[in-house]
Ligand binder design. Structure first.
Ligand SMILES: C[S@@+](CC[C@H](N)C(=O)[O-])C[C@H]1O[C@@H](n2cnc3c(N)ncnc32)[C@H](O)[C@@H]1O
Length: 314
């Protein structure tokens, strides 16, 4: 798989935020929760050449690719790749380490979408897998074949905001009477025929929202975002910043509410983006995937109120 042509979303905004807040010749501890193709990590590690970087990815392919990229770019001594879900953030970092900046660029990478065998996309006919880490948890096919119509309907409605959740989940259950659903194309077809005839050829394909919902469920994407906020904030150094890039309203809502909630709990954080930063028209033109991106940032502004080094919200 070619990781070479990856376009990192809102990279220049992220770099500008860092430059505005941290001198490039100082000591700098950074963590990238979503290494992906390494676009953000490597740019930041080159810019801050004293930086120590801790980059997570749960996808074994991203880690394998990352190892050789880091060696090629001479960064392997300062960038520590951690093959783990970032839900294990706190326990994966050296104890006592405080971070000047943390970045989370949510969701799946274009490589995951574009590699047929990963089963994320109905552009290809492939087994329905959708796990970012294929050796952990149930595949999309296992979930689809194991859930009741009302469970499926709830997932499609909650994570896909799909208007025809009921029709699609009923069609899935009907299909299963003859055989298990195994492939992306089978699910695409089911969604297509579950839609009212006159809406089947609209701007958005009838399977789009169902695929999104299923992917979010398979990887528990909303829950891990909720969990990680409470692990990152206590690890921020004084004046440390946490930057998050989201791609749909469900993700953005987690950050918007989560940050507000932590601030109200008297945690010494400041929300730097009352409104999220958005990509420029130029970026959207160059990379259409960035069109729905939103960047929110918080900063730790004071010492923790307690003697405990890493106070955790109960
Ligand atoms: C949008 S891509 C990141 C792209 C990256 N910023 C770049 O510039 O190349 C998201 C990456 O995060 C990883 N990822 C998503 N959720 C994760 C999680 N909960 N734990 C660890 N990695 C995750 C995915 O496997 C994917 O490789």
């Amino acid at each position: 798989m070619d990781y070479g042509k990856h376009y990192s979303v809102m990279k220049s905004d992220v770099i500008q935020l860092l430059r505005d807040n941290f001198p490039i010749d100082g000591n700098f501890n950074f963590s990238d929760l979503t290494f992906g193709a390494g676009g953000h990590t490597c740019e930041i590690a080159h810019l801050y050449n004293n930086a120590h970087v801790y980059s997570f990815d749960q996808d074994p392919e991203a880690i394998e690719n990352g190892k050789s990229r880091l060696v090629k770019e001479g960064l392997e001594k300062r960038v520590h790749l951690i093959h783990s879900n970032f839900t294990f953030f706190e326990e994966s970092l050296p104890s006592g380490l405080l971070l000047d900046a943390v970045l989370l660029d949510a969701g799946v990478s274009s490589h995951q979408f574009d590699k047929a065998e990963r089963g994320f996309s109905f552009r290809f006919d492939a087994p329905l897998d959708m796990r970012m880490n294929p050796s952990v948890g149930a595949s999309a096919a296992d979930l689809l074949n194991g859930m009741t119509a009302s469970e499926l309907e709830g997932i499609f409605r909650e994570y896909g905001e799909e208007k025809f959740s009921k029709q699609i989940s009923q069609a899935i259950v009907d299909f299963r009477k003859t055989k298990r659903i195994e492939t992306t194309k089978e699910l695409e077809n089911i969604c297509f025929h579950a839609y009212p005839k006159k809406l089947r050829h609209g701007k958005i394909h009838p399977a789009t929202k169902t695929f999104q919902a299923l992917r979010i469920k398979v990887n528990d994407e909303i829950k891990v975002l909720e969990d990680v906020i409470g692990q990152v904030i206590p690890r921020l150094a004084l004046n440390g910043i946490f930057m998050v890039i989201s791609f749909h309203s469900l993700e953005d809502r987690v950050f918007k509410r989560g940050f507000k909630d932590w601030k109200e709990e008297a945690y010494p954080i400041e929300i730097l983006t009352k409104k999220p930063l958005l990509p420029t028209e130029k970026e959207i033109f160059e990379n259409s995937r960035s069109r729905s991106a939103k960047l929110r940032v918080i900063r730790r502004v004071k010492d923790w109120p307690s003697k405990n080094k890493y106070p955790r919200k109960e």
